[in-house]
Design a protein around this ligand. Structure first.
Ligand SMILES: C[S@@+](CC[C@H](N)C(=O)[O-])C[C@H]1O[C@@H](n2cnc3c(N)ncnc32)[C@H](O)[C@@H]1O
Length: 267
């Protein structure tokens, strides 16, 4: 089980703000992929700063929303964020492997950018199934940390290889690829795995390429010193990878693509 001090992004205000703008970026995907009916009960496991619950609460004000996170600072931030935007949700500190609800309590259990931060998934998915009503739905969204750019860059490839290794002992940067077998092993039925990738390119409206490249640079850059120290790699080479990514949008014909895996299954 991942312990709170292993979480790769840390728990400061900058990270909580990042989660809120991240959920805003993915708002349409979150809402479209998680249709909620009035009175349905949803639990978000690893709700962080309440960013996703905020998006769901605005779209589906008649659903009953609940969230847990292992870190008290995240739950405090979630309470503040949800109060500020006027979304009603119950959030509390708890661990994904020991959910404080009886069997069959929810219509939906939701994970977003969360399972990648765990080293052990089977018990967490079984616990999610336990709290779902028979026929209830688990929803999982995870990215694959293997982005494709044009032009390619050795410095960026080096950075991303180091980033994936940074998850070792803290989670699994390639977890998204294993969701189907994991769900089957946890006893779920009707497993469906879909893709919601992104592709942003030079000249696209609203500086989308600049925004996406900097979105990825923003969560990797604060970890550069720790990665260099742990992996005994050249910090300047890691920095060159970040700088290259931040300047990607200035290159002719540039683009960045990535895959977001979206899994649903029923209990
Ligand atoms: C990247 S954040 C995602 C938050 C939220 N899902 C979102 O998209 O904004 C992952 C969250 O999972 C939480 N977490 C990690 N391990 C956990 C565990 N074992 N039980 C509950 N929460 C956990 C972390 O504290 C962190 O807040």
């Amino acid at each position: 089980m991942t312990q709170r001090n292993q979480y790769v992004h840390g728990y400061d205000q900058r990270e909580q703000d990042r989660l809120i703008s991240q959920a805003d970026h993915w708002r349409a995907m979150i809402v479209q992929h998680t249709p909620l009916h009035a009175g349905e009960r949803l639990l978000e496991v690893g709700c962080g700063a309440g960013a996703v619950l905020g998006v769901l609460g605005k779209a589906y004000p008649e659903a009953a929303l609940h969230g847990i996170d292992i870190e008290p600072a995240q739950i405090a931030a979630a309470e503040a964020h949800l109060a500020a935007i006027g979304v009603k949700a119950e959030v509390k500190v708890a661990a994904a492997g020991q959910l404080p609800w009886a069997d069959g309590s929810f219509d939906h259990v939701f994970f977003m950018w969360m399972l990648e931060h765990l080293t052990e998934h089977d018990s967490v998915l079984r616990e999610a199934r336990r709290v779902l009503k028979p026929g209830g739905t688990v929803h999982i969204t995870e990215t694959d940390y293997n982005f494709v750019t044009h032009p390619p860059s050795a410095d960026f490839a080096f950075l991303m290889e180091a980033w994936r290794k940074h998850f070792t002992g803290r989670g699994d940067a390639l977890l998204a690829r294993k969701l189907g077998p994991l769900l089957l092993r946890a006893g779920f039925a009707n497993v469906k795995i879909g893709f919601s990738g992104f592709h942003n390119y030079a000249g696209e409206a609203n500086e989308a390429l600049f925004g996406m490249a900097n979105y990825h640079a923003d969560y990797v850059e604060p970890e550069i010193e720790a990665i260099a120290a742990e992996q005994l790699v050249n910090v300047q080479k890691l920095r060159r990878g970040v700088e290259w990514l931040r300047a990607l949008a200035d290159q002719p014909d540039a683009s960045i693509s990535g895959t977001v895996y979206r899994a649903t299954a029923t209990a």
